[in-house]
Design a protein around this ligand. Structure first.
Ligand SMILES: NC(=O)c1ccc[n+]([C@@H]2O[C@H](COP(=O)([O-])OP(=O)(O)OC[C@H]3O[C@@H](n4cnc5c(N)ncnc54)[C@H](O)[C@@H]3O)[C@@H](O)[C@H]2O)c1
Length: 286
């Protein structure tokens, strides 16, 4: 099967949020591909156990695996991380800005979680991309930037306002990065917005003892990521066991039509539109 040219044995990948969930599953997959992987996470102790596991699979054992405890929201720490990785491993081919948090937040309530969510989810992605991309642009080698977004930054369901704002920012930021990379590298370095559906990870484990039937395993998200990158897809939109791609497409179209049809904000959750939205979702356009 064809793969993205940067996902090759011996190439270096940096993954943030690699101690758990989608980041960890990606680190495992990239190691299986023979890549040299740098795991980055705030949770340094969790990383330690993972290093041995990955070293057992990596072609050159422990020499192919690096684990660095770092806070992606700290710009200085991220820049020193980029120096450290490049000194230890050489040029970086793949960067995945994936670390994220989802504590609650309310639209009308100030609180520390607003700043923490934006610092981690949005500034964390910006810091990582800005620290690693210049070196990738300057080199002659194929490269890929992956940023983990969310449907909550596209259809924006009410409930966790700061998280939605952060992921809407991540979407727009990654689109801008993709455009700039297209201009500057003519596609040699690509950008990808990974949009997971409901996935059983550290995020969801806080609320469920075992995997809910509707959730995907993180490995399924990584299957879509690797496949989407091979097809040079920018938007890698994952379904889950409850939500099909067709349902996602309809929800995204409805959200865009709020502006075009001048409906109230988030009309999908407005009582006056409840019946219309339900009928729209039930329509079979296939
Ligand atoms: N699980 C889902 O259903 C779902 C759905 C859509 C999007 N996402 C996104 O997927 C990404 C990965 O999340 P996950 O579901 O695997 O959750 P997870 O909790 O299993 O993994 C997130 C990891 O990020 C790390 N992290 C948090 N703050 C950090 C920081 N400041 N610096 C470095 N590392 C930090 C955590 O320690 C953790 O290991 C997130 O960006 C999340 O928003 C998840």
């Amino acid at each position: 099967m064809a793969t993205h040219p940067a996902l090759k044995a011996g190439q270096v990948a940096v993954i943030t949020g690699a101690a758990s969930g989608i980041g960890l599953a990606t680190a495992r997959r990239f190691t299986e591909l023979g890549m040299r992987v740098c795991l980055v996470d705030l949770n340094e102790s969790a990383l330690r156990g993972i290093v041995d596991e990955l070293a057992a699979v990596a072609p050159n054992g422990g020499a192919d695996v690096l684990a660095i405890g770092a806070d992606v929201s700290n710009d200085a720490a991220v820049r020193s991380l980029a120096n450290h990785v490049t000194n230890a491993f050489g040029p970086v081919a793949v960067v995945m800005a994936n670390a994220g948090i989802e504590p609650g937040s309310k639209a009308l309530q100030a609180g520390s979680s607003w700043r923490r969510i934006l610092d981690t989810n949005l500034w964390g992605a910006i810091n990582i991309v800005h620290a690693f991309t210049p070196g990738m642009v300057e080199s002659d080698a194929p490269g890929a930037i992956i940023v983990t977004g969310s449907k909550q930054g596209i259809t924006c369901p009410p409930g966790n306002a700061a998280y939605n704002v952060s992921k809407a920012g991540v979407k727009v930021f990654t689109e801008q990065v993709a455009h700039a990379l297209r201009q500057e590298t003519d596609g040699r370095v690509s950008a990808h917005l990974l949009i997971p559906g409901f996935t059983f990870t550290g995020f969801t484990r806080a609320n469920y003892d075992e995997k809910p039937a509707g959730a995907w395993e993180p490995e399924q998200v990584v299957d879509m990521l690797v496949d989407g990158m091979a097809k040079d897809e920018f938007y890698i939109l994952c379904p889950d066991n409850d939500v099909t791609r067709q349902m996602d497409e309809k929800r995204i179209r409805w959200a865009a039509n709020d502006i075009i049809e001048n409906r109230p904000a988030l009309s999908r959750w407005h009582p006056d539109y409840e019946a219309t939205f339900a009928a729209y979702m039930a329509e079979d356009k296939s």
